[in-house]
Design a protein around this ligand. Structure first.
Ligand code: KG4
Ligand code: ZN
Length: 337
């Protein structure tokens, strides 16, 4: 079965076709980052407009590659969570196409797409596993007892990890989205005169809070203005250290609490090299196996939506008479696969 996947929940237009028999994948990805940079963050209205401009031509390119639109057997799109206008663009394209072609269509949960992205690799994680989902909008620890059966063990009470990276980077004068650039600065040294707090590690539980780190960064920035490169790099180092350390402690706790021996990291911040390194060390100590998606499948993409859609569509799961998108949608509401 060839499944078309359409992702448009935020500032990336992702279109992919996944063949559920051969595991072949065709894809296009377009990032709107340049459009939003001058505003220092994603402008929802601009995002929707740009998805409208880009999605159909990208789809045409892929269809030309695979043959024709008749080669598509089913269609998956991101139904939520995300920006409502942006979601509507992908949903309308997917449902319109499904209606015209008389093919099955299914709205996919964006975070399930992230969570299943490591399964696009040869070495697929096996259930049960703990998933750490770390993106610009979410920070979740999830108990994955079986596919589609998700229990949220902990989430952030304020900023998401990616958001904390981006906001701190902005304070340091780095252009949006500063997360990857902050990480690059942090990786360029191995010491810092600064020490950031590790939020919420002294109380039990698996909740996170990252807004205090941004405030800690702001206080240092104010004290050292105008920032020189040395201070900037040392802030980046101390910030990344605190975030990664906090995530390590909570992932370890989640493995201990569930008794699982597989840990899956996904979402944009999953691209962070220090996070990968530190969690690999922790997993080894815990005799657990660690899985990451390939770097290209960490951030938003169409392949993860085509893949998650494929798992469900091949089981006969399709949309009912839905005409909505779900800007807010909990993973816990999903049906088992
Ligand atoms: O999953 P994603 O593409 O979009 C959302 O669904 O939010 O994640 C984007 C987030 C941004 O906040 C970005 O700064 C962060 O992931 N990010 C990183 C790195 N690469 C992307 N944060 C830290 N280190 C990185 N290497
Ligand atoms: Zn995402």
């Amino acid at each position: 079965m060839k499944i078309l996947g359409i992702e448009s929940s935020c500032d990336e237009t992702g279109i992919a076709v996944y063949d559920s028999e051969s595991a072949e994948l065709w894809q296009r990805l377009y990032s709107q980052i340049e459009k939003h940079r001058e505003y220092g963050g994603v402008v929802p209205e601009l995002a929707s407009r740009d998805h409208v401009v880009k999605a159909a031509p990208m789809l045409k390119e892929i269809l030309a590659e695979i043959g024709s639109v008749d080669d598509i057997d089913a269609i998956a799109y991101t139904r939520g969570p995300g920006l409502i206008g942006a979601l509507m663009v992908g949903a309308n394209l997917a449902r319109g196409l499904a209606w015209a072609l008389d093919k099955p269509v299914l709205g996919v949960h964006h975070m399930e797409g992230h969570l299943l992205a490591p399964m696009l690799a040869q070495d697929k994680p096996e259930v049960p596993f703990v998933a750490l989902l770390v993106s610009g909008g979410h920070t979740l620890l999830v108990d994955v007892a079986s596919l589609g059966n998700y229990k949220i063990l902990g989430e952030t009470l304020d900023d998401a990890v990616g958001e904390a990276f981006d906001k701190t980077a902005k304070l340091m004068g780095l252009p949006y989205p500063g997360g990857p650039q902050l990480a690059k600065l942090a990786d360029s040294i191995n010491h810092s005169r600064f020490e950031f707090p590790r939020p919420m590690i002294n109380r039990p539980g698996l909740e996170f809070s990252f807004s205090g780190l941004k405030t800690a960064a702001l206080n240092i920035v104010k004290k050292h203005e105008p920032l020189d490169d040395e201070v900037r790099i040392e802030i980046a180092y101390a910030f990344q250290h605190a975030v990664v350390d906090t995530l390590r402690i909570k992932c370890k706790r989640a493995l201990e609490a569930t008794g699982y021996q597989n840990l899956v990291i996904a979402g944009g911040v999953g691209a962070n090299q220090r996070l990968r390194l530190v969690l690999a060390g922790m997993a080894e100590e815990q005799n657990a196996k660690l899985y990451f998606p390939a770097l290209e499948y960490c951030t938003d993409n169409g392949a993860m939506i085509a893949y998650a859609g494929a798992l469900r569509l091949t089981q006969g799961q399709v949309d009912g008479d839905v005409f909505d998108v779900l800007p807010r949608w909990s993973l816990e509401e999903l049906d088992p696969i």
